[in-house]
Design a protein around this ligand. Structure first.
Ligand code: PXP
Length: 246
């Protein structure tokens, strides 16, 4: 079964648009994470950014206390955020590259270039009982580095596939890269997640990518929720994951 992790960052984006700095306000990402779980989501993902533009520290501790599925904390490899992760103890951390000026996570980690530092962080998190995933582009060298680093999971960046979806030739090229990367990662013993830019429309072709454990989906699912409600949106995305051949 292909699992759905719901990224709730943009619920917090809406709250921060009105209540920034007030430590309160609606909508409440923690209560709505519970709605996602009740609708069948298999996990909840939140990205604690250095600039706290959406999720704030308190959300992380509240999510840890209240969600009953799997809590995936996305974060940059920086000392301040590592300390928070070690205190909050999510089930899994997904290490991502982070740049202040970007609107969303733009590319995968340079696991090759930052191998030593990522290995240290991975060990620290694992020693605290937290699994580690590395968000990487579908690039075989990055996957080999993730294996050397000791991560249990990689999350394949599907952003390029999503962006090129309307051009059949380019989209198929990206799909081939994802398929090759998933096979390679599985072959060297990594568990494979994927995410970024996934929508109801571009999800069906993702079924061609083998060995996937979980997809992390945020923006499009939360956008759809404005139209149909959050529980219905979660159910629609879950339906698109059904019958994944594995
Ligand atoms: N996975 C990772 C590692 C991400 O950084 C993001 C964006 O925060 C997502 C998944 C979800 O992407 P989207 O919001 O485009 O569905």
């Amino acid at each position: 079964m292909l699992k759905l992790g719901v990224n709730i960052d943009h619920i917090a984006t809406l709250r921060e648009a009105r209540y920034r700095g007030k430590m309160t306000g609606e909508p409440d990402p923690v209560a709505l994470a519970r709605v996602c779980e009740k609708a069948g989501a298999h996990g909840i993902t939140a990205h604690l950014r250095e600039d706290r533009r959406h999720i704030i520290d308190r959300d992380i501790f509240q999510l840890r206390a209240h969600i009953t599925t799997r809590f995936n904390l996305e974060m940059g490899n920086t000392p301040e955020i590592i300390e928070i992760a070690l205190k909050a103890k999510p089930d899994i951390v997904c290490l991502v590259p982070e740049h202040r000026q970007e609107i969303t996570t733009e590319g995968g980690l340079d696991a090759v270039g930052a191998e030593a530092s990522l290995r240290t962080t991975t060990r620290r998190l694992q020693d605290a009982g937290i699994e580690v995933s590395l968000f990487v582009d579908p690039d075989l060298q990055q996957l080999d580095a993730a294996k050397r680093i000791g991560a249990e999971f990689i999350e394949l960046h599907t952003g390029a596939y999503a962006e090129l979806f309307r051009s059949k030739r380019e989209r198929n090229g990206e799909l081939e890269r994802l398929i090759g990367a998933a096979k390679h990662a599985h072959g060297i013993g990594l568990l494979v997640n994927a995410g970024h830019g996934l929508t109801l429309e571009n999800l069906p072709l993702i079924h061609l990518v083998p060995h996937l454990v979980e997809l992390n989906i945020g923006h499009s699912l939360v956008s759809r929720a404005i139209e149909v409600g959050l529980a219905t949106s979660v159910k629609e995305f879950l339906q698109r994951l059904e019958n994944y051949p594995g």
